[in-house]
Design a protein around this ligand. Structure first.
Ligand code: GLN
Length: 199
């Protein structure tokens, strides 16, 4: 096949300072991208997209501040396709509650941390979404309690969005990298390809 949009292999970074970055790298590879583990600001150069994995958002913030990484990360996520899952979704949101904390502020949404309480710290569900039927893995998940007018809702749970998209940003409160299907990663890789083709 010729090197068409469909057959290109985008280079997609995975922020690898904390959390479950290795599972994202595997999922990206399965979905047709070349994953690049990102530990320093200069490693963002030349990437077609970026994944902010789950983990602990407070720890991410501490490590990013310590490494002087926040400014370059903010620049990247403002202009390039970025996918945040769970703690990554918290980092992308404009407003974070429970408790309030700073964020990159590029997703027009309010996110409440650890919103589902202890009894369902972790749960696996199958649900119909705009991307098709998929397995959704929640681990101490946040809840998206408010979204702005430009945010598209791709999946919901109990009436709250769990997968949303706005411009270059994709965010999930669950962990698609832990599912057997690769629907969300394929969707993201396609969007990264489209963005690269337009650039
Ligand atoms: N509870 C975590 C936080 O607030 C997110 C959990 C996760 O990423 N699995 O950052």
């Amino acid at each position: 096949m010729a090197d068409t949009e469909q057959s290109t292999t985008p280079r997609i970074g995975v922020l690898a300072i904390q959390g479950d970055f290795a599972a994202h790298a595997d999922a990206l590879r399965d979905a047709g991208a070349e994953p690049v583990l990102v530990r320093k600001p200069e490693q963002l150069a030349g990437l077609d997209g970026l994944v902010l994995p789950g983990g602990e958002s407070t720890t991410f913030l501490k490590l990013l501040e310590r490494a002087n990484f926040l400014d370059s990360l903010q620049q990247f996520v403002k202009t390039s396709p970025t996918f945040g899952t769970c703690a990554g979704c918290i980092l992308l949101a404009k407003e974070v509650l429970h408790p309030a904390q700073p964020s990159l502020g590029v997703l027009d949404a309010t996110v409440e941390r650890n919103a589902y309480g202890r009894q369902i710290d972790s749960v696996i569900e199958n649900a119909e979404t705009k991307l098709g039927l998929m397995e959704l893995v929640y681990i101490r998940a946040p809840r998206i309690v408010k979204t702005g007018p430009d945010v598209e809702i791709l999946a919901e749970r109990d009436g709250f969005p769990v997968l949303v998209s706005q411009g270059n940003i994709l965010a999930a409160t669950f962990h698609p990298e832990l599912s057997s299907d690769r629907l969300v990663h394929r969707y993201f890789v396609d969007r990264v390809r489209e963005h690269a083709a337009r650039a």
